[in-house]
Design a protein around this ligand. Structure first.
Ligand code: RIB
Length: 306
């Protein structure tokens, strides 16, 4: 079975500055080196999905500039359908500056640009695409009004909607009523539910709260510890694979794209899909940069038992 996946999301060019330690407020520091790569939560999730074998299409927006051309070319070269990426003149392509320290931790600053000027009009051309997909994924780096519109259309057509509420922000409550599976990290989950994530018990309370708010299924990612899941059928915790991280950028995005590529629409294989997704992100954190470090299905399967 090959899943059909649509990603609505952000396209950023990432500049990573490699530093010994993060700067303190008011301090000027010197970076040891600098790299540029394609990124953006949306693009990373789409690449993770397509590299794991799903037929993947993108809905997004870039500026009429070199960065926009680079992002479209990168997705096309990876066999992502880019027919629904809009190009605008009045905003530049999104960008991110990432500070990466010597133990692989990062701080990310994003300038939304064209991602944030998307409107509902941008997605009106995507009706046919949304009628013929299994899953639709969105994050919080594009306007929530657009996500709401796309999720409504996708659900009406029988697709499963997956929301990654990153970066943490307040949500338009109606979005949760058209979300089938929400995948926050612990901070994002606590921001939306008001319940701190400390252990499996508080994760379960977060799941209960999300159900009350309208989202029926939940996965909370907790970095190198693993992921908690809660569906109508079952609840549990899948531990992460232990590896030495050099760059955690796009680890969460890899997890989401890889998971979606393997999931059954009724979520009946969620545990197996979670193990696959954890393996995928454990490979991503061992390479530098967002998009370049996202593994293929072959790489993941070759490592799955290690
Ligand atoms: O999740 C990592 C991504 O967040 C980076 O690629 C950056 O562009 C920001 O969107």
């Amino acid at each position: 079975m090959t899943n059909k996946v649509v990603v609505l999301g952000s396209l950023n060019v990432d500049t990573t500055l490699h530093v010994e330690e993060m700067p303190k407020p008011g301090e000027t520091i010197t970076a040891k080196s600098k790299t540029n790569s394609a990124g953006g939560k949306g693009a990373n999730q789409a690449i993770a999905s397509v590299r794991s074998g799903a037929t993947t299409s993108f809905i997004g927006q870039v500026g009429n500039d070199q960065a926009g051309q680079l992002m479209i070319k990168t997705l096309k070269d990876n066999n992502v359908n880019t027919d629904h990426i809009n190009i605008v003149d009045d905003e530049g392509t999104g960008s991110a500056v990432i500070l990466l320290n010597e133990v692989g931790q990062n701080s990310i600053m994003v300038y939304g640009g064209a991602n944030q000027s998307m409107t509902i009009d941008c997605v009106n051309q995507a009706d046919e695409l949304l009628k013929d997909t299994d899953f639709v994924i969105a994050q919080f780096e594009t306007p929530q009004e657009v996500t709401l519109e796309v999720f409504k259309k996708a659900k009406a057509a029988g697709a499963v909607t997956i929301l990654n509420p990153a970066p943490a922000a307040k949500i338009i409550p109606e979005i949760l009523s058209v979300t089938d599976l929400i995948i926050p990290n612990e901070t994002e989950s606590a921001t939306l539910t008001g319940i701190e994530v400390l252990d499996e018990n508080t994760m379960s309370l977060n799941a209960k709260k999300f159900k009350e708010m309208g989202a029926s299924n939940l996965i909370i990612t907790v970095g190198d510890r693993g992921a908690f899941f809660s569906t109508d059928e079952e609840e549990g915790f899948v531990p992460a694979f232990k590896v030495k991280a050099v760059d955690t950028t796009a680890a969460g995005d890899t997890f989401i794209g890889a998971l979606t590529s393997q999931l059954n629409k009724d979520l009946s294989n969620i545990k197996d899909a979670l193990i696959y997704a954890q393996k995928a992100s454990s490979i991503t954190v061992q390479g530098l940069g967002a998009l370049p470090s996202i593994p293929t299905k072959e790489q993941i399967m070759n490592n799955i038992n290690e």
